[in-house]
Each structure stands twice: as C-alpha cells, then as structure tokens.
Design a protein around this ligand. Structure first.
Ligand code: SIN
Length: 343
C-alpha cells in the first residue's frame, strides 16, 4: 500500500474507564465507566494526529470490563474477524476497560483465525483516568494504539498502554491506579511508542494459544484455529470453570461445595492459583483430587506474578504452561468447548 494513502483502521468500542465520565474533572476515582461513545473518544485526539488514518468506528458494547460477558467476547471476535478479512483494513483497535483487558486479549488471540492475525494486528487499549479528567491518559493511549495498528511489523493481538506494547500472552494488569498499569513480567514489553513512532524490541510473533494442554507447541504452530469461532457461535452455554486459590489455612470447603451443587449447576473445570511452584494445602489438594475423580478438569497455575509452575513428573494435576490463573481459565474453557483433551 502506498504510504500517502490513508491507513484504514477499524476502532471497536467496548467501554471502560477510557470511556468513563465523572461529575467533576478533578475526580479520577468516583467516575462511571463506559459513558462516552467510541466516535467521541476520537474527538479528543488532534486532527494532525488523525490525519494519516481513515477510521471506521463501531460500538460493540458499552460496559465496565469487570462485567465482561461471553456474549460480548463472541461478538467482539466476530467483528474482529469480519474487519480483518476486509482488504484495505490494516488493523483493528479496541478500546477496553483495564480490569479484564488481559482476558479479552488472550481470548481473542486464542480464537481469531491465525490466517488473519498473522497478517494484521488487533490492538487493545485503555485508560486509567476517565475521559472527563483534567489530564486523561486515554487520548494518548488511543493515538499510540492507532500508530501500532498501522505499523507494518505489528501482528497478533497486542495491548498498548502508557507507551508500552505488550503481547496478549504476557500482559497483566499489575497496578490499580498508576497510569502505567500493565506489565509483561519476565517476557518484558514487545516495544514502545515514542512521539508517535513505534520501536519494537521483540518481533511480534502471532502466538497461537488454543489449549492449556498444548500451549508450548501451539506458540510455535502455524495451524489456523479455523473452526474455533464457528464452534463458539453455536454454544449458548459455556462450560463453568472457576478459579480457586491456595493460601495459608486453605481447605477443601469451596471445592466440595461446588461439587455438591454440580448436579444443578455443572462444574467443568477448576484452575488453581497455587502457591509458589504449584504447591497446595493438603486439604485443598485432597478436595481437588476428589473433583478430578468426579470428572472436573483441574489445572495448576501459580499465584506468583512472574515465572511459571515448572512441570514435575509426580504432579497430580497438569500445569497451565505458564498461563496466569485468569488466562488458564480462558484456555481451559476453550479446551472444553473445542474438545481438546487434557495433558
Ligand atoms: C473497566 O475495567 O472497565 C474499568 C476500569 C478501567 O478501565 O480502568
């Protein structure tokens, strides 16, 4: 594409603090998320910054991302697939709340057809201050996301916040207030946006993650996830996968309670945010073994922010291949829906 043609980017709005509004401009805490339409967010960006782009804006949802639902995820995946397949579209930018951004990013990375995301990026962005603030961070983040989405090396699902580019696989919200609220742990960011210019420090590989069972192989796989979206489109109820944490004094009560209710409300999977390298209080471990014997898929992740559970030959449960508890939950739900067998 000639560089003087406008770069066509599709902007999908889902709400969040970036679209939040407070009664007073000096109130960065008592605001309501998801009040401002996505088209209006663009008005906070100077025309000179928007000049190189042709932007198509679409409001997919308007919610606080703590209330994110499977219905919105599916709709978002369908809209991304639709737009990425259009010739002339260089990439998709999604405005999203920070609270569950990493889950949405990981979900999209897992289900969007690899044939599309290996060519074009989907860039999630957000803000820690509402649009009504005296000094909002949303306009800068949105401008940075547009720059990344139209940068030729960009591919896969990415997150852009506070001038840093993260992969969907590694990004995590690590701070409840700071503008630079995201981190990629040991992996570090993929790159930076500086004065509108994108500087990559790692090649943005379109990582394909379909399964807690095969995450390592899948990262290197070029196989498309062709039917993932078709399967999801047909399912009205997604499998119930809950997250349990190990901590001092943890017991089996919650696992047993869920199992007891399972006749009415079937439990399909449990992800455990275990201590350290996958360690569990013996009472919780016994309850998890009862759950596993009853047919519930149990996956071990670590509650440590960095690193991963290192596999052991005597492990009672498969580990999450380095996925954080919330991402392991998404991967396990997808495994269950797509019929991927456990390790
Ligand atoms: C949300 O996640 O929708 C609200 C919080 C935020 O965006 O920072």
């Amino acid at each position: 594409m000639s560089s003087d043609l406008p770069r066509k980017i599709v902007l999908l709005g889902t709400g969040g603090t970036i679209a939040g509004s407070a009664a007073d401009a000096d109130d960065n805490l008592g605001y309501t998320a998801a009040q401002v339409g996505v088209a209006q967010l663009l008005r906070a960006i100077p025309e000179s910054v928007l000049a190189p782009f042709e932007i198509v804006a679409e409001q997919v949802a308007q919610l606080d991302s703590k209330d994110m639902s499977f219905v919105v995820w599916r709709q978002l995946a369908q809209r991304c697939t639709h737009w990425l397949a259009q010739e002339g579209v260089q990439g998709v930018v999604i405005t999203h709340g920070t609270d569950t951004l990493e889950e949405t990013a990981f979900f999209l990375q897992s289900v969007l057809p690899a044939g599309l995301t290996s060519e074009k990026p989907v860039v999630l962005t957000c803000a820690m201050r509402p649009a009504s603030a005296y000094f909002p961070d949303g306009p800068q983040n949105l401008a940075d996301a547009l720059a990344v989405a139209s940068d030729v090396p960009a591919k896969g699902v990415l997150a852009v916040c506070a001038g840093r580019i993260h992969s969907a696989l590694h990004v995590q919200k690590v701070h409840p207030y700071r503008l630079d609220a995201f981190d990629s742990g040991d992996a570090g960011p993929l790159g930076f946006v500086e004065e509108g210019r994108v500087r990559w420090v790692c090649a943005p590989v379109p990582i394909l993650v379909l399964s807690t069972a095969n995450v390592e192989q899948a990262r290197c796989s070029a196989e498309p996830t062709a039917s993932a979206l078709e399967v999801l489109a047909q399912l009205t109820i997604w499998p119930r996968v809950e997250i349990i944490m190990n901590y001092a004094g943890a017991g089996g009560f919650m696992v047993d309670a869920m199992l007891a209710r399972s006749i009415l409300d079937p439990l399909h999977g449990l992800v455990v945010a275990a201590t350290g390298n996958g360690t569990l209080h013996h009472d919780l471990e016994r309850a998890l073994l009862r759950a596993q014997d009853a047919g519930v898929r149990v996956v071990l992740s670590s509650r440590c922010h960095n690193g991963r559970v290192l596999p052991r030959s005597d492990a009672q449960f498969p580990d999450s291949c380095g996925l954080s508890p919330v991402k392991a939950r998404v991967a396990l739900m997808l495994d269950l829906m797509l019929g991927v067998a456990g390790a």
